[in-house]
Write a protein that binds this ligand. Structure first.
Ligand SMILES: Cc1cc2nc3c(=O)[nH]c(=O)nc-3n(C[C@H](O)[C@H](O)[C@H](O)COP(=O)(O)O)c2cc1C
Length: 185
């Protein structure tokens, strides 16, 4: 199974550091999952305005379609997700992520915005009918050192638990495919 780990920001390092840690924990729980990080800072983003999509956007959409599951990492911008992440979701065909597991991690500059992921990112994934894991992890600047390394043990434990549950949700995806006699890659 292919898992796409989406780093939904085009600058900054903490969001990517969170994603790298989740990737490592997922690999520890299931070494057979094919894990790929999609870094938005490497893409030539295009506002969805009806004009033909550039190669990077086509490639991004294809990666979403081909994946069997997702981990989304997002910073909080203006009490919401970054526009670049929402713009990407707007390009994804509505059925592309259906019945696929999805987990969420995020990072903000204030503790007050920890529910942004729950209230804004999760409903988008619900719309796509993802199997959204019940646990998500929100971190704050104080959970990182000056090199953007995660230094908070509780955060590490929660990321590990998120990875454990995500791997179980991947099994659910396999069961759904099997029911429909779809080949599991
Ligand atoms: C344009 C902008 C808006 C932001 N708005 C918020 C906000 O509303 N709430 C919050 O907690 N942090 C806010 N922040 C702080 C970012 O969430 C924080 O810098 C980011 O999560 C750090 O991760 P990074 O190193 O991956 O960029 C904002 C940062 C920027 C650049």
């Amino acid at each position: 199974m292919k898992i796409l780990l989406v780093d939904g920001t085009i600058f900054g390092k903490k969001t990517g550091a969170l994603l790298q840690q989740v990737k490592q924990y997922i690999a520890e729980y299931d070494s057979e999952l094919e894990l790929e990080i999609l870094s938005f800072n490497e893409l030539n983003h295009q506002i969805l305005d009806g004009s033909p999509l550039n190669d990077d956007m086509k490639m991004m959409i294809q990666k979403f379609e081909e994946a069997d599951g997702y981990v989304f990492a997002s910073p909080i911008f203006q009490a919401s997700i970054p526009g670049v992440l929402k713009n990407a979701f707007d390009m994804i065909p509505p059925k592309a992520m259906r019945y696929k597991p999805a987990a969420i991690v995020g990072n903000g500059g204030t503790y007050q915005h920890h529910l942004v992921l729950e209230n804004q990112l999760k409903p988008i994934l619900d719309y796509f009918r993802c199997f959204v894991t019940p646990n998500y992890v929100y971190t704050h600047t104080s959970h990182f050192d000056e090199n953007n390394k995660i230094i908070d043990e509780d955060v590490q434990a929660r990321l590990k638990e998120l990875a454990r549950i995500f791997v179980q949700y991947c099994e659910m995806r396999k069961a759904v495919l099997k029911e429909n006699s779809i080949e599991i890659k």
